[in-house]
Design a binder for this molecule. Sequence first.
Ligand code: GYE
Length: 326
Amino acid sequence: MKKIFSTALVLMLMFTLLAACGKKDAETSATKEDKKITVGVVQTNANESDWRTANTKSFNEAFATAGFELKMVFGEGDHAKQISQAQQLIQEEVDYLVVLGLQSAGWEDVAKAAKTAGIPFIMADRKLDLSENLYTAMVCSDFLAEGNKAVDWLKTQKLDAYKIVVLGGDTGSSAQLGRSKAIEDGAKANKWDIVFNQNMKGWDETLAKQAVADLIATGTKFTVIYAENDNMARGACTAMDAAGITYGKNGTVKVIAFDANKWGLQNVLSGKFSLDVECNPLHGPRIVKLINSLKAGEKVEQNAYVDETTFDINSITQAIIDARKY
Ligand code: GYE
């Protein structure tokens, strides 16, 4: 009798244990399934440009809709700060790390640490100097291609004289490197003169305005403003207004800008800007799609460049501007 009782007790204990484990596994897998995806995003600066504002908004909105937990940090112009922020996010074991680098170089250690931690490293906006085994995927703009589109357009203008002012973006960012390479190579190939070539810290509109005002004060003549974003192009226009220099559709100076914010396109339509090269900041939905594909174990394109176009006085309309999302 005693034997039957102890066997029954052991069996009951075993069933209880099995049920508990099963429940734990079920809870664990349910927890795992329900666990929000946490994405660390290392952004450049909070208020660098209108492009950046639209870019940050795109991440916030798309990640909220997707139900991702977003951990966004801002380097505020400091590359070393971005590096330590990225390392911190790896320590916090985010599920994915997205980097928008102030500088192209110097990301190897972070990428290796992410790889060791099993955290997919995704580049957004600006391609970084990393070998393909060190990043999972990228959603970036081809800045050299953007610049070459501007050079091709400039060639069609058949100006009497090409005296070009280059207002570059943040030195060492892939956006600045690509766009500057395009105009420098284009000027060499077409025997154009670059009369001024300076990068503005933080893509700053005021710095651009001051640089052009100082240049005008030296008496330097120019026929093209090649500004590597809309904000700096607007700064140059403010300086030319103050000096009574005409520009745009009926002026003596062609103004080339990049980003194609809505207000920049409005300046094309009004004849102030001659060309605006699109650089699309709406990376939020693209990164959400990429992460969902990675989560589902699907094969993803490692190097995805964003499709972008150009707008000039002959192609822009108010309807096009009204339909744009940024
Ligand atoms: O052109 C500029 C922003 O990385 C493409 O950074 C981006 C650039 C953009 O501040 O306005």
